[in-house]
Design a protein around this ligand. Sequence first.
Ligand SMILES: C[S@@+](CC[C@H](N)C(=O)[O-])C[C@H]1O[C@@H](n2cnc3c(N)ncnc32)[C@H](O)[C@@H]1O
Length: 254
Amino acid sequence: MSAAGGDLEAARQGLRGLAGLAGSPVLDARLRRAAHLWPLKVAPGLDEPGWAALLDATTVQETQLFRAPAQLAALDAGLPPLAGAARAAERPLRLLSAGCATGEEAFSLAAIGLGLALPGLAVEVVGLDICRPALAAAEAGLIGAHLGAPLALVPARHLPWLAGADGAPRLHPALRRLLRFQRCNLLELSHGLGLFDAVLCRNVLIYMETDARRVVLDGLLRLLRPHGLLGLGATDAAPGPPLTPIGQALYRHG
Ligand SMILES: C[S@@+](CC[C@H](N)C(=O)[O-])C[C@H]1O[C@@H](n2cnc3c(N)ncnc32)[C@H](O)[C@@H]1O
């Protein structure tokens, strides 16, 4: 292998070990575009500046408000009993976007949570991602046009939270108050995040090695409340017990 080929392979291996990213033509194309960032002379680390910059440059941030709307409608339909239980227990309904990219999935979850309109119910939405610029956009509450017109998939009843009176995309202040974003490697999910009633991890596992997918799924399962809902990407393999499929790549814990 040439020196350049060895450096490329070392970058691939570093990203695999660090974030579980699988080798692919897409990853190689991104690595070549970011060739000014490698080779790296330090061991891979999330907070190692060179590796953090390489992760920022090679992860895929495509997302959209209400992406896969049928799945979100099914999630919405499954939330009322969980919301009722949360309110009865005097705790917030907690929703997680794992691999939130620039935040549109978390914004959608927050709109769904507000749409439940259950008096006395507090809602919290957490977005986790490894990519720093994506998280900065999410924290700024910016709605992007990554996969098409930003509001194209938003159901009419959720528009008041996600569009201004002029019809332009913008987050309602009440929705922004529900959101919290955090840099996190999904391979290292910790109990410190607390438990969630519903978790979305969509279009994330598809970029990962098989072993890494298992680690992420096990971590997410530990964060999911009994009877909680997990939504995966349309092409992700069904995870099996203790998750029960309920349709639309949506699973119930137990
Ligand atoms: C294609 S986006 C998915 C966004 C959103 N979930 C959706 O379906 O529209 C994939 C996201 O996963 C993030 N990601 C990939 N590996 C990760 C890891 N190990 N830990 C945390 N985030 C990761 C990427 O940074 C990227 O923002």
